[in-house]
Write a new protein. Structure first.
Length: 372
């Protein structure tokens, strides 16, 4: 084992043994200090940075909380809609309006129940955040059809440069073929306006057999998405089955192949389709075996200046933060840093600090800075 990998493994062991007291992790370019900001979070899933540097954090169990810069955790924010928290569903991603400082709009995705909670689908709501409560709540998107399935809800929320909202959606597990059709939202990236209207330049708005919200198709379960800081294009990653996690640039009308093409296989073995086919997009990058990616961002801060422009991805399966160096649209180097806990989301603070959410019943918010 290389010295750097050994050091990372030892650091990860220390993290788990010390209950996340501040400790140091040696990466390729920096010694990194990891501090526990707070714990006691119930499977935290998504976070958004507030204007004062605090974080708005979702718990998959159905709570939305504010965590201050000092680590103080608020009581649950009042006024959320009904959430069906089961399996992979619950309260999922959260995003602030680009004009949040003046309008207070908050957007969040969740598994919305139907028929006495027996069925659900990914929905997106917006509401105004006033202190410890939400007001003017409205559902601006509902994925159709709703199913009795606890799997593959997606979903990340990303505003584009025009102020429209991208929503990433999973195939719901039992309906994988839906990812190849244009009459359901399953396995799609969709794009709506801030109030839920359809942008006039959406690619399928004038196609009778397609849902107007659809942007791209052929996805399995996208739990990471970020806007490229130079090109403004939407980059996504998605879970493969057993292997075949993918990074893609989600472009209008493009078909990313699931389940016709994949580099993964059925759980327990067994072929799924093939690895390539004319007319279907190849992934920009993929992992075999699967790392179970979740959360993704382009780093732009000054604290880790040698990481600027790098893509940072959380790994659930291997409890890592994965750093990818890019040359244009190509991944030219990968580094894996052992965190010791399942990493659900990654976000950058105003000063360049990195924040990680860990996916567990006693979930934690971790703070990463260069060690002095």
């Amino acid at each position: 084992m290389k010295k750097s990998l050994l050091a990372a493994s030892v650091a990860a062991l220390l993290l788990s043994q010390l209950g996340m007291a501040a400790t140091q992790l040696d990466s390729e370019k920096y010694p990194i200090q990891i501090e526990k900001v707070t714990d006691g979070l119930s499977h935290p899933w998504g976070m958004a940075v507030m204007p004062d540097g605090g974080l708005l954090v979702t718990e998959r169990s159905g709570n939305l909380r504010i965590i201050s810069t000092s680590g103080q955790v608020s009581d649950p924010i009042k006024g959320l809609p009904a959430v069906r928290a089961y399996g992979q569903g619950g309260l999922l991603d959260v995003q602030l309006d680009p004009d949040f400082a003046s309008n207070q709009w908050v957007y969040f995705s969740f598994s919305e129940p139907l028929n006495d909670g027996k069925e659900s689908s990914t929905a997106v709501a917006r509401a105004k955040l006033n202190g410890d409560s939400l007001s003017e709540l409205e559902i601006i998107f509902r994925a159709n059809p709703k199913l009795d399935s606890p799997y593959h809800f997606g979903s990340r929320l990303v505003f584009d440069r025009q102020g429209n909202l991208f929503i990433t959606l999973g195939d719901r597990g039992s309906r994988r073929q839906d990812a190849q059709t244009l009459d359901t939202h399953h396995g799609k990236v969709v794009r709506i306006s801030k109030n839920g209207d359809i942008p006039k330049d959406n690619p399928y708005i004038n196609q009778d057999n397609a849902l107007d919200e659809i942007w791209s198709l052929g996805h399995r379960n996208m739990q990471g998405a970020a806007l490229h800081p130079q090109t403004g294009e939407l980059w996504t990653h998605e879970h493969g089955p057993q292997g075949g996690d993918e990074i893609n640039i989600a472009r209008a009308t493009k078909n990313y192949g699931w389940p016709v093409i994949t580099y993964g296989e059925e759980y327990g073995g067994g072929k799924i389709g093939t690895t390539s086919q004319d007319g279907l997009e190849q992934p920009l990058y993929y992992w075999v075996p699967s790392i179970a990616p979740s959360g993704m961002m382009f780093y732009s801060g000054k604290l880790f200046d040698n990481w600027q422009g790098n893509l940072l991805v959380g790994s659930l399966k291997f409890s890592q933060l994965v750093r990818l160096e890019l040359d244009g649209d190509k991944v030219i180097h990968e580094e894996r840093m052992d965190i010791g806990q399942r990493v659900r989301d990654v976000e950058q603070g105003p000063d360049g600090t990195l924040y990680l959410l860990t996916d567990q019943p006693d979930g934690q918010l971790l703070k990463l800075t260069p060690a002095k």
